[in-house]
Ligand binder design. Structure first.
Ligand SMILES: [Zn+2]
Length: 251
């Protein structure tokens, strides 16, 4: 894959592999406009992850989210000129784990970046980023698939929506969801639980209902464990219903 660097944007949302190619294209010192060349000193250093003009931002191991302070560090750093290349690149891994504050802080970088700055947000799920962030970036995705898609398992999207909506809010809807859930076979239930956990993790960013959703996450982990030990869907649905209904007091 090559990019026409005469038309390079200052911000991208993309997957991990493409992020590296864009970074290389931005810093590549080849004379050709089709970059990267994969051979020059800049390309080589990027391949080895030792280029001083690339900053990698990721979540700390013990944290759920990328912290707003990590983004504030970037905001200061962008004004410092590049070391070796003509541009500087910031790659934010798991960009969907930036909470709302961090994303808003990042908006400043996206709105008026110095001309030498290229920002790349890496995520498999751009829908979880604020629309204001997305609107300032070019989205490039090759062939990202969710786990469920890779396993060719259909997820009942309406069940997933209803389930997430019901947590801590609507016991009747929750009960109806669990009646639907107990009819799923093992593969579908497994895919559903994975998807539900991903959705909860995303919802955690913008909610006043945080404790409740965190609790729901542990219940889903318990359900996955039960499934692993071949407990039937009916029992799992019953456990989830009992746990999540009584969870109302947790919030
Ligand atoms: Zn190169």
């Amino acid at each position: 894959m090559n990019l026409d660097t005469s038309r390079l944007s200052h911000a991208y949302i993309t997957d991990k592999n493409t992020a590296e190619i864009i970074a290389m294209a931005a810093l590549c010192s080849s004379e050709d406009t089709n970059k990267p060349c994969y051979n020059c000193i800049n390309c080589d250093k990027i391949k080895r992850h030792i280029h001083p003009d690339i900053t990698y931002i990721k979540r700390f191991d013990d944290k759920r989210e990328i912290l707003v302070d990590q983004i504030r560090d970037i905001k200061r750093d962008v004004y410092i000129a590049p070391n070796e290349a003509d541009k500087k690149v910031y790659i934010v891994y798991d960009a969907d784990t930036m909470n709302r504050n961090a994303q808003n802080a990042f908006l400043n970088v996206l709105e008026e970046p110095p001309p030498h700055v290229v920002s790349i947000l890496v995520t498999t799920n751009p829908a979880t980023l604020l629309p204001t962030v997305r609107s300032r970036c070019i989205e490039i995705f090759s062939n990202i698939k969710t786990d469920a898609e890779q396993n060719n398992t259909e997820i009942d999207k309406s069940l997933l929506d209803d389930f997430i909506k019901s947590i801590g809010n609507d016991d009747l809807l929750l009960t109806q969801c669990m009646f639907r859930l107990e009819k799923l076979d093992k593969t579908s239930l497994s895919a559903f639980l994975t998807a539900a956990r991903q959705r909860l993790a995303q919802s955690l960013r913008n909610t006043s209902n945080r404790n409740c959703l965190l609790y729901a996450e542990t219940i889903i982990t318990n359900a996955e464990e039960m499934l692993f030990y071949e407990v039937g869907s009916g029992h799992i649905a019953g456990m989830m219903l009992a746990s999540l209904i009584s969870n109302k007091e947790v919030t």
